[in-house]
Design a protein around this ligand. Sequence first.
Ligand code: SF4
Length: 457
Amino acid sequence: MTAFLQERKNQILTKGKDSFELEGGKPSIAGSVSQRACVFCGSRVVLYPIADALHLVHGPIGCAAYTWDIRGAMSSGPELHRSSFSTDLREKHVIFGGEKQLYRALHELTDKYRPEAAFVYSTCIVGVIGDDVRSVCKRVAAEKNIPVIPVMAEGFQGTKKDGYKIACDAMASLIGTDDSKEVSPQSINILGDFNLAGELWILAGYYKRIGVQILASITGDGRVKDVRNAHRASLNVVQCSGSMIHLAKTMKEKYGIPFIKVSYFGIEDMSDALYEVAKFFGDETMMNKTREVVKDELSRLLPALEPYKKALQGKIAAIYVGGAFKAISLVKALRLIGIKTMIAGTQTGNTEDYKLLKTICDDGCILVDDSNPIELSEFVKQTGANLFIGGVKERPIAYKLGIGFCDHNHERKLALAGYEGMLNFAREVYETVTSPVWKLKTTHSHLLATHVNSALR
Ligand code: SF4
């Protein structure tokens, strides 16, 4: 293909053809129109699901509007996270500073909503004008007697992944500040599940059945008190390692809490996650319960997947998602329902992640880091993919090319984690790939061509 920028040549490879290692973690190249979001957005998506905290975006209204209700992160209680508060900085604040505006906004909002903590996000313009966000937060924290945490995530200072790290550091400042929760000896923190479409509740059901307490969920259905107590768990179970591995490493260093990396997507990875947790506790009763849960779930799920597998046999998928762990799980889950992945890319994978992704992909699969719409469209045409799995920015690419699309990003409203999620996923893929609408696409193009031809005559 000729459509990609030469500076990106080490970020695209075809398995079985190219012998170099795919490079990840690089800043986006100007002109590439990357699908990545900014640093601020990275921090916002990680912290957003903490439902009893105030999330105040210090910046122009656009930054807050762009990330308003950005995840389908559900809460079993308060829903303060779903409001997008902003200091609405204007020209006069850019000239004279926005600290007073921030101070007033924090006072007004904490009085009105009585949050358990406040996160204050610094955006590009705040970094440029040099507001002292930290000192305003410190002052309001003392006056209101709640943690007020500055999230110094100016959009220009790196990639979305840097925003994840900044969010992890913000959470680390809360962890270890309370000891009042009751903790079982078999307790875990879940890191990196965001309770999209209620997925955390599915997982919580499995953990309950094997006798494990979830001390803190960071951050899906998150609560400030749970985060403050998280240093007392025995194990950190990290999903979406791209966003949360930094916090897991910090907690290991500071509190000696070990961590394991898991994925809750697909049969294999979901079962492995439960087995790994049971193995960690070294408790035979827990291991037996885990075997029962897996057996019980599979006895229902496998027969239910059969019709979808038959209908989807031989179809081709393109994957472009946020993190590499999700891509790896997707390749395996698609294989289980008869679909071959021929494009696998991510926004935030690193070189090591791509080595792992490459080992599980088939020969001929195109692997790509930090891609853009032109490249992705070209790859779809080249491979003849019938299905695109991505997020809100990839949806139009799929529909313009006239192929099925499955939303696997943080805006989605369908639970895809766990055994129930696998069945939802198979159904969703089946419905989109076999939709009769794609037949009309050919007819429509044909009609359009006929109209154009007759107009030209
Ligand atoms: S790049 Fe800067 S201005 Fe744009 S949304 Fe991110 S923080 Fe706001």
